[in-house]
Design a protein around this ligand. Structure first.
Ligand SMILES: [Fe+2]
Ligand SMILES: [Fe+2]
Length: 335
């Protein structure tokens, strides 16, 4: 062991959260951090008793369909650990104080979104899916759809942790962009369409958070992209495609890439969506979903173009661009 020379300043190990350090420049990041604090809301202020009351007026299949939808959503809003991990990395890399601060608020936001999923499921169909007794084949398949979606979530989590070894933090955080853009659109549309007022409120508040998360990725992008090498830029292109592939399960239909799902997934999913719609729970129709993706792509594409980053081809919705293949190892997107 080398002797420590106490007469000198210590040499800190690389990639360590120590020493604590603060910087008060990066005004744009500080503004966003302040906005995040201002825009906090409480999921327990949603009147869940009212939701339970509404649920009691629905039939079993409708309640199941709504719980089913929230369960699928929770695959993407299980993002607390995703951002908690990002917080640790941001401290290890000594990113700007305000940037670290924003990441802590996103961690809290995502935990709130996850709580909303849980409360919504609990209000509609307590115990779904693990303590649920299917009464027919449709119910059984719906339950399995959820469980297999979550299984894919576990594959995503492994890839996500690995990604930190392959990508720089700016590329990683920029990768969140497509997810946040898609989330903003989804929640805004759903809040407008929902006839169940409490859900409408939850979606509206969530959209406020996701809009801010998008602003965060935008900030990281504009502050870091000018310094990105070509190779990093092409990784971003790939991640935009990965964002589409991952989030399309809930926002469109799951592409063949990445997803490992039961053969009945889509047909059962469509029946569940229709049942939910019949009960006043608004889910956009396929045309509207395509339109939402296209506008999210245009938004992201416009920013990327400013920094010479190409958009990927997304033939599913008629978007042309770079042909990219994403595999399991590539996944970073987040909601
Ligand atoms: Fe979220
Ligand atoms: Fe988000």
């Amino acid at each position: 062991m080398t002797e420590l020379d106490y007469e000198k300043e210590p040499v800190y190990p690389e990639f360590n959260v120590y020493p604590p350090r603060w910087n008060f420049d990066n005004e744009r990041a500080w503004q966003l951090y302040r906005r995040a604090k201002r825009e906090q809301w409480d999921e327990e202020e949603i009147d869940w008793n009212r939701v339970r009351e509404i649920a009691s007026g629905l039939d079993r299949k409708q309640r199941l369909a709504i719980a089913y939808w929230w369960s699928l959503l929770s695959n993407f809003d299980n993002a607390t650990p995703v951002f908690a991990h990002a917080v640790i990395k941001a401290f290890e890399h000594h990113l700007d104080t305000a940037v670290r601060g924003i990441l802590t608020t996103i961690t809290y936001d995502e935990n709130r979104h996850n709580m909303v999923c849980g409360l919504a499921i609990d209000s509609m169909m307590r115990g779904f899916p693990f303590n649920f007794k299917p009464q027919d084949d449709l119910e059984r398949k719906a339950m399995l759809n959820v469980m297999w979606t979550w299984y894919n979530g576990s594959r995503y989590w492994k890839a996500y942790l690995e990604a930190y070894r392959k990508y720089t933090l700016d590329v990683l955080f920029t990768s969140f962009m497509m997810g946040e853009a898609a989330a903003t659109t989804v929640f805004t549309t759903m809040s407008r369409g929902s006839k169940i007022e409490e859900f409408s409120k939850a979606f509206k508040n969530t959209a406020v958070d996701e809009t801010r998360h998008y602003a965060f990725t935008h900030l990281i992008m504009t502050q870091n992209a000018p310094r990105m090498a070509e190779e990093q830029k092409s990784l971003v292109t790939k991640q935009v495609r990965a964002g589409f592939v991952f989030l399309s399960l809930i926002t469109y239909k799951p592409p063949k890439e990445f997803w490992k799902l039961p053969p009945w997934f889509e047909s059962v999913n469509e029946r569940m969506e229709d049942l939910a719609r019949d009960s006043g729970f608004y889910i956009p129709e396929i045309k509207e979903k395509e339109e939402a993706w296209r506008s999210a792509m245009i938004r992201v594409g416009a920013t990327l173009a400013r920094f010479g980053i190409k958009m990927p081809a997304v033939p599913e919705i008629g978007v042309t661009g770079e042909e990219v293949q994403v595999t399991e190892e590539d996944f970073v997107p987040i909601f």
